[in-house]
Design a protein around this ligand. Structure first.
Ligand SMILES: [Zn+2]
Length: 189
């Protein structure tokens, strides 16, 4: 459903996809479709067109301006808890080491209680750690290593991850998208 690569090629006229409540389906990665998918959804009557590009496509019977923003007619309720994936874990930790706060270094995963000491691979026991901190901590708990965690790791809700995603606006945003996106950039100051 998501095509982050499209954002790097704005000439391809990607379409921002909003839920039926006119909020983006996802902030990060931003929910966008290729215009071909968007046009298909328009003809299937599954979406409303909210804004257009200047560019047109023609078929024998139709001339249509490409949609730049569409909204689903049927509300998609996000699952309450997101999947435990590499990307979602980094997003929960806002791509920063949970020991030193760095987001500039290579990021890895750290078992808070090491597996050798019975630690499990769960939301509550895995955190984002930069490679140097991971190496330094080794097979020890934070207490044993004297490396306290910035925040106690939790299983995030989809809403919490969506909030975190708002801190990562993509480099390219079509002007017609701005009315529908709210970025937390001020929090980064
Ligand atoms: Zn670190």
């Amino acid at each position: 459903m998501f095509h982050p690569d499209l954002i790097r090629h704005p000439d391809s006229c990607p379409t921002l996809v909003l839920n039926a409540d006119y909020t983006p389906l996802s902030y990060y990665p931003l929910s966008i479709w290729p215009w071909q998918t968007a046009v298909k959804a328009v003809f299937l009557d599954r979406v409303d067109i909210v804004a257009h590009y200047e560019r047109e496509v023609r078929s024998p019977n139709h001339v249509m301006r490409l949609p730049s923003v569409i909204a689903l007619k049927q509300f998609v309720r996000p699952s309450q808890f997101p999947a435990f994936t590499r990307f979602n874990l980094f997003l929960r930790d806002t791509f920063a080491c949970q020991y030193c706060g760095s987001n500039a270094r290579e990021l890895t995963f750290d078992h808070v209680v090491p597996r050798a000491q019975g630690g499990r691979t769960t939301w509550e026991n895995v955190v984002t750690a930069c490679a140097p901190c991971n190496l330094k901590k080794g097979g020890r708990t934070p207490r044993q290593a004297h490396m306290p965690l910035a925040i106690e790791p939790i299983r995030p809700t989809s809403w919490q991850l969506q909030e975190h995603g708002r801190r990562f606006p993509p480099n390219y945003l079509h002007e017609s998208w701005h009315d529908w996106l709210y970025w937390d950039v001020e929090l980064e100051a």
